[in-house]
Design a protein around this ligand. Structure first.
Ligand SMILES: [Zn+2]
Length: 363
């Protein structure tokens, strides 16, 4: 078996879907692995029992990947802790993102270097806590870092941009009354019902805005709550909404617009992440294009709809792209898999990245 495949299988066999409860097993494995290839990994505490793993390199390039996965879920036909069948390796994390970590580590073992800074983050899937902790070192241990590669499944293609998001709730308050005398109350569900068509209209118009391969922004009303019983006028109702954003959009303006649409109802912003983009002529994009070109591979720039740790890196002035041999459509799916051939190719590309970065004084 190819080393990259056995390493993927090993990483996938270690549970890491609830990193909040501690991640000592996967962290310990990675520390031992990095020690064996002659590096000096350090642990950085993220929460009480959870650690990021870091190796501080001499150069300006940082390779970052998350060690946690989403939950396994149910109804798998294949073994979620790792199974090889035909041209694929199945299991939670094969594509998102342990397979990509394996491809990088396997290449690193064949091309040992202390030039690259390595960051394996602990909590990504349930909030970007791990990378935020790493970025606390931006002005100290990581002050030399200028460029980043974020390990996520991209089918060995360069992803240079991703959408951002604004998650918000629209809350309606009413006054309860008996259902037989509804005029004595104020119906909160009706208030929400009036807002929904307005949001639909807003959503339709988003189709006019476009940005490169990211396409249009989107809006999704994902959840609705309200009411207690059929015979009571509801005094509370709420919708939870997600607005995906483009790099050229301004979050502040979007929030203002949403509040205007939903007026007089209350809008609570729960979470937001900016969209991110590495510019097409930035050093890291050109470096990656060069490497893929030398292997006669697709050098176009692609986009990801979901947010990745690239956003955090870019926000801290680290020009970054997302790249990995895992399959871009596989994250979070039942029977998640990675193509074996793709992982093998990915390992070769990481080998080139490591060697080229060593020769390049800018990296
Ligand atoms: Zn991921």
């Amino acid at each position: 078996m190819e080393h990259v495949i056995s390493l993927t299988k090993k990483l996938v066999s270690i549970h890491s879907e609830h990193p909040e409860e501690g991640n000592s097993e996967i962290a310990g494995f990675l520390i031992d692995y990095l020690h064996e290839i002659g590096l000096r990994p350090i642990r950085q505490r993220v929460s009480r029992k959870t650690y990021n793993i870091l190796c501080i390199g001499k150069g300006k390039l940082m390779v970052n990947g998350h060690t946690d996965t989403v939950g396994i879920g149910s109804r798998w036909k294949h073994e979620p802790m790792g199974e090889i069948e035909g041209p694929r390796i199945y299991g939670r994390g094969t594509s998102d993102t342990k397979g990509n970590i394996a491809a990088f580590l396997s290449a690193l073992q064949d091309n040992p270097t202390d030039n690259i800074t390595i960051s394996f983050t602990a909590i990504e899937e349930s909030g970007f806590t791990g990378i935020e902790k790493v970025m606390e070192l931006r002005n100290t241990k990581l002050q030399n870092i200028k460029y980043g590669i974020v390990l996520e499944p991209t089918d060995n293609k360069i992803v240079s941009m991703c959408k951002g998001k604004i998650i918000f709730e629209v809350i309606a308050r009413g006054r309860a009354a008996h259902g037989s005398v509804p005029h004595r109350g104020v119906n909160a569900i009706k208030k929400i019902a009036e807002i929904i068509p307005k949001l639909n209209f807003y959503e339709q118009n988003l189709g006019w805005i476009k940005y490169k391969s990211l396409g249009s922004p989107t809006l999704n009303i994902g959840k609705i709550e309200g009411g207690n019983a059929i015979n009571i006028v509801p005094d509370f109702a709420k919708i939870s909404v997600e607005r995906r954003t483009l790099p050229k959009e301004n979050h502040e303006n979007i929030i203002k617009e949403i509040k205007k649409i939903c007026y007089p109802l209350r809008v609570d912003i729960l979470e937001q992440d900016n969209a991110a983009e590495a510019l097409p002529d930035s050093k890291i994009v050109l470096f990656m294009k060069n490497i893929l070109e030398s292997g006669h591979m697709d050098t176009r720039l692609y986009a990801k709809n979901g947010t990745t740790e690239q956003t955090d890196l870019l926000e801290h002035g680290i020009e970054s792209v997302v790249f990995g041999p895992g399959q871009a459509k596989q994250p979070h799916r039942t029977d998640e898999y990675a193509n074996i051939q793709s992982l093998v190719t990915g390992k070769k590309i990481f080998g080139k990245i490591i060697r080229k970065a060593e020769e390049d004084p800018e990296l």
